[in-house]
Design a binder for this molecule. Sequence first.
Ligand code: EPS
Length: 398
Amino acid sequence: MLRYFTAGESHGPCLTMIIDGVPAGFPVQISQINHDLWRRQQGYGRGGRMLIEKDEAEIRSGIRWGETMGSPIALGIENRDWKNWTKKMSAKPEDRDDKIAVTKPRPGHADLNGVLKYDRADVRDILERASARETVARTAVGSLAKQLLAPFGIRIMGYIRSLGGIAANLDGLSYAETYERSEDSPVRTADPVAEEKMIALIEECKKEGNTLGGVFEVVTLGLPPGLGSHTQWDRKLDGRLAQALMSIQAMKGVEIGLGFEMAQRRGSQVHDEIFFDPAKMVTEKTPRIVPTGFYRGSNNSGGTEGGMTNGSPLVVRVAMKPISTLMSPLQSVDTRTKQPTDASVERSDVCAAPAAAVVGESVVAFEVAKAFLEKFGGDSLREIKRNYENYLEQIKNY
Ligand code: EPS
């Protein structure tokens, strides 16, 4: 089973990841992981931290001469900011300084619930791990997962749909065009008109000491039908994607395909009608079209029915709330004195939704890779390829 853990505090020495269950023989390029880490650091509206960091992963186990060996993979990413926090985040008891305790929990952050639950006097003990800095680790893990899917022609693309209520007009653009244009945008959108408005809104919020969220979309192309399963609740791919995406810091909603809009329509306006044409049995395209001959006239389902992929593009949209650290702080209560106070102010971002789209890509990549290995699993790339080809042959001859 493919699984991973992350460890690390936002201002601690480093982030550590262990990815277990990766079969042998997959080529892995650290440069691709570092490219995704770089992409995650971009986006208009980021704060001062991104000027300090240059996130780069180091492979500490599991890969030899550019290939996986089947053993657990350990990755490490240094926090450059650590040098400014060595005493404040020290593991040594003699460095303790209760005067620097954070005691003004921010509405919207893990701060208050965390100190109550873990019985901590200093909110920093909570915020350090709750911080979206952890998304660096998830981006690296998912970037590796993308490399497990790449030999099968599976491609994953994330971009902004709306930011602070300003929607991008993506009409007439293919997923690939949307993605490629978004890659060049400071707010990761393919719509230049919306881009300008989004940037102006971020500027306005920055002046106001406010923050913004947004909605990003992640599209996966090249999936065969049949990843996930209808047979048990925890095997349904749509449910697993929703769980994984909701677990990204600051996410508040996940939709697949038409999502909430489906509830407004009639069945005849929602479900994707089924057609068959043997001429659709194309196998040699990238991303590969799976040769069943069955196809749909629309993709309102977003690529899943019954908890399984149906061969259409997998389309998920995720809503991110505005970041909870406001430079013009909201009302809070001092946890020591119980007196009203302004919430604490930490250096933060005005908007990180464009970066969240990159994190979302990674989170989707991991869940898809996990489902892919469950279906076609083996101990080596060659074995998995054989399983995959056999399955394609089977559904072709269905
Ligand atoms: C982040 C690093 C953090 C924040 C942000 C994400 O760094 P710092 O707290 O030192 O400025 O910029 O995290 C949050 C906004 C949050 O609320 O956790 C990063 O690397 O993405």
